[in-house]
Design a protein around this ligand. Sequence first.
Ligand code: NDP
Length: 459
Amino acid sequence: MTDFDYDLFTIGAGSGGVRGSRMAASYGAKVAVAEEYRVGGTCVIRGCVPKKLFVYASAFSSSFQEAAGFGWSVGESTFDWQTLLTNKDTEIDRLNKVYIKNLNASGVEIIQDRAIIKDQHTVYLVDQNRDVTAKHILIAVGAWPYVDPAMPGAEHVISSNEAFHLGKLPKSIVINGGGYIAVEFAGIFNGLGVETTLVYRRDEILRGFDDDIRAMLHEAMEDRGIKIITNSTFEKIEKQGDTLSSTLSNGDVLETGLVMFATGRVPKTQDLGLENAGVTLGKNGEVIVDAQSKTNIDHIYAVGDVTDRAALTPVAIREGAAFAETVFNNSPLAVDHKLIPTAVFSQPEIGTIGLTEAEARAEHGDIDIYKSAYRPMKATLSGKQERSFMKIIVHPKTDIVLGVHILGPDAGEMVQCLGIAVKMGATKADFDATMAVHPTAAEELVTMREKWQPATAAE
Ligand code: NDP
């Protein structure tokens, strides 16, 4: 018998917290999870899931255009934002209920309240105005959109949180940022017919991704009608009636119906009482953890975005599972954060795993590169000019595939399967020995034979 109310008290019912709680309960622990908003967390409630539904909605406009080449007359099409919101909300409600049902079925008690850490074993529940004690505490509170509060007019800005609940779609929008959320939402708004401008502070969007992919996505986004302004920041935003006037550092003044900032996310550790337990935080407010997700306090752990390791849902889920294995199944498990496949649901889509060309050169010196840029088969009849692109980076001595980068339809689906091969240490010879699936775009991945030479690339 434990001297505490619970064996485990989890703060935050998102991807990592739910997985950690359910697995701990399956190993016999008495578990409660506190959630101040909605069970499901960022991914389900205001992230990956509603975002992907919006991406689907926005892609119809280009599908309608492409249909003509295949003999279809689509006729006049109209879009109703309210219908999309209602249907999206219905689906999110359904998923929210599934998460609640699964927690209940696992025997995890759900406490709908804000929880604040009072000491190393005590959590204070704010609305219920009571303390509970736990042998172990799991911090899984995620991250929150960052908007520089010092920027004049910051109060007029929305983040991705609000983008999921807009009363009406604006005629025009300017988005600040060049990361995942900025490029994904630029594609969404553009596809839904909103005049879209993206402002990024450096010279090329998607810092950290392969340079070819960055340049090709930039070009494709502009071809689809998105205006991209680089090397610029926001100096101030003023509201005049229904119009927001954004003054940029390059002197431009943009007048739009909406301004969205996608300038990163910060761990949500403010006012969580972590100092009461002596938990060490990093310089961005992230909870510092070891390989098993343990903080500097022996029985306090943290998983997911709050630890600022890799802010991705599947990573949080793995970290939650590894935590439960370690603490409640006596089987210490560390999540391997290397070679994480990931997708950006930009339009066109990106799928990527492993080292970029620049990273591979820095780490290994000379490397072999294979590249293929091609017009997808569908474009032959649709008349669409957009090209797809694939790049394989290979270690010249071991022949091991160090990285694969894809831009084009279904890139996310492709990289999920590729991730298995690359994670297993596949060589280029393994790729070459794999029979192509014809006619697909993915067959390019196993049919690239010619090494890319910089001299010929310029031709
Ligand atoms: P990102 O870190 O991807 O991008 C933030 C962007 O904002 C960068 O371009 C950054 O520029 C810029 N920026 C940061 N601070 C400022 C500032 N003060 N002024 C101007 N620009 C600034 O964050 P996101 O918010 O897009 O997404 C957060 C995380 O969520 C991602 O990193 C990803 O891990 C996850 N995510 C994953 C998705 C997926 O898997 N498809 C989808 C959406 C989010 P710079 O490059 O110069 O730093």
